[in-house]
Ligand binder design. Structure first.
Ligand code: CTP
Length: 464
């Protein structure tokens, strides 16, 4: 069989082929195949993009578009290409102009096993694949190294070259592996851009702390190692698939304690830190849900991409929850005070010599979870509560599930010895009408990720 390479054809013919391929939305190679099929008398297949990455998708090979930015860490990105290929990903590469000062397109292309894209205005590239197809025909975009300049442009939505055009045009998840001098990393401008990018849903790996390429420079700014980045790619692509059902779902979460006033300066509170509810909100937003977090008074940083509504008392919290309806899923993680002071003072209660100690009279607060779970109108299809217990954890949780009318209860033992209340870890028992699932002791972030994955799997089956 004779072998034919498009590259060996004369320039005029190549140009014609590119134009024809671009018109049909094919790669040049596929255009040639199609012409040959036609000439051999086969019926022509309908025009459709069939670049190497697209055919990879057909064989369920996940597609990673690696954008290599201009920094000394770019040399590590060559190893990253190998690591990604080892894992079976179809890898396409874009090199920024600055990156080409550190690594060559030839080296990146040889490792990726395909052409490397460098120029937005190169007609060869545009007619062959084009920046829009590069942006669309991928499951994940990785920017490594993500320089301060690239991050600033992304945060602003600026487009000046192929890399930034693709970053703006893609609908795929983006993972950044920042690498820069520690002073540049900690600069307020970079941190501001970083916050914006996180709020936009961009994922991050690194940077790590350590020796920098420049002599004597030390600090945070080293690019994560290729294996770490490949690990993050694995996790994100897995999450993209498993968490897909949560994309665009409206999730309402309550978190933290409530403060019940005694007078304008004093209140009754509890030891809840809000960490578990905040971790759930962060994980839900990360999964692409539209999250409203109704939070009692806490000292935590607001999770990126979450609409946080701050309240004080149980009654404020109920009002905010009702205003946020309808939602698809409601998770009640707040440690709501069961009672409030019935005779709260309008003015500060004063000590008076010889006078009796003031007596607080308590009255019951509304049960927010139970109120929402028993609504006939706008009851969220999946209502999840917590059970904070100090004894008979499972039995009490089962009773709460029935009494409050919710679908799932996450029960945990909040006895002081467990350190769960206010601490960083949690041991959860998921109680549903189908039984009890004991989760391992884990960080509150891990517990949140497990809950979000469980919800995604459940609504994915379309049956809460
Ligand atoms: N809850 C609520 N409103 C309340 C009290 C509790 O929404 N006024 C919710 C909590 O957010 C949690 C669940 O109900 O999801 C169980 O809270 P928990 O404190 O464990 O139970 P209580 O209802 O307070 O019952 P008890 O104090 O008797 O254990």
């Amino acid at each position: 069989m004779a072998s034919l390479t498009v590259r060996q054809l004369d320039e005029a013919l190549k140009q014609q082929l590119r134009l024809r391929a671009a018109r049909n939305g094919r790669s040049v190679e596929d255009e040639v195949r199609s012409i040959l099929r036609e000439a051999a008398g086969e019926t022509e297949a309908p025009a459709q993009p069939a670049a190497p990455a697209a055919s990879a998708a057909a064989t369920s090979q996940a597609r990673v578009l690696l954008i290599i930015g201009g920094g000394i860490a770019a040399y590590k990105s060559l190893d990253l290409i190998r690591r990604l290929k080892e894992r079976g990903y179809a890898v396409r590469c874009i090199l920024t102009q600055a990156a080409a000062e550190f690594v060559t397109p030839l080296a990146a292309g040889a490792l990726a096993g395909g052409r490397v894209y460098t120029d937005l205005f190169n007609p060869d590239h545009e007619f062959d694949v084009g920046h829009i197809r590069l942006a669309r025909e991928t499951d994940l975009v990785v920017v490594a190294p993500a320089t301060a300049d690239l991050m600033a442009k992304m945060a602003q939505g600026l487009v000046g070259d192929l890399a930034t055009a693709v970053l703006l045009a893609t609908r795929a998840k983006i993972l950044l592996a920042p690498a820069m001098n520690p002073a540049m990393w900690s600069h307020k401008a970079t941190q501001r851009n970083l916050s914006q990018l996180k709020a936009d849903g961009v994922a991050l790996i690194g940077p790590n702390a350590g020796e920098m390429a420049e002599r004597g420079e030390h600090g945070k700014g080293r690019m994560a190692e290729p294996l770490e980045i490949a690990g993050a790619v694995d996790r994100l692509l897995k999450a993209e698939t498993t968490l897909q059902p949560l994309k665009g779902k409206r999730i309402l979460i309550t978190a933290g304690p409530t403060h019940e006033p005694i007078d304008p300066v004093r209140y009754i509170a509890n030891r809840s830190s809000g960490k578990q509810g905040y971790a759930i909100a962060a994980a839900a937003a990360e999964a692409g849900a539209s999250v409203t977090l109704i939070s009692g008074p806490v000292t935590l940083r607001k999770p990126d991409g979450v609409n946080v509504i701050e309240v004080e008392s149980a009654r404020d919290m109920l009002g905010a929850v009702e205003t946020a309806l309808p939602v698809d899923i409601a998770i009640f993680a707040a440690a709501v005070a069961d009672w409030r002071v019935a005779n709260a003072g309008e003015q500060k209660i004063k000590k008076q010599a010889g006078a009796a100690v003031p007596q607080l009279s308590l009255t019951e607060n509304p049960d927010i979870l139970s109120t929402i779970a028993h609504r006939s109108k706008d009851r969220p299809p999946l209502v999840i509560g917590f059970a904070a217990e100090t004894e008979n954890v499972i039995a009490n949780a089962k009773a709460k599930l029935a009494r409050k009318g919710c679908d799932w209860i996450l029960a945990n033992d909040v006895s002081p010895a467990t350190g769960i209340m206010g601490g960083d870890s949690n041991t959860i028992h998921l109680v549903t009408k189908d039984g009890v699932d004991d989760w391992p002791p884990q960080s509150k972030e891990e517990a949140a990720a497990m809950l979000i994955a469980k919800i995604a799997a459940t609504i994915g089956k379309d049956r809460p």
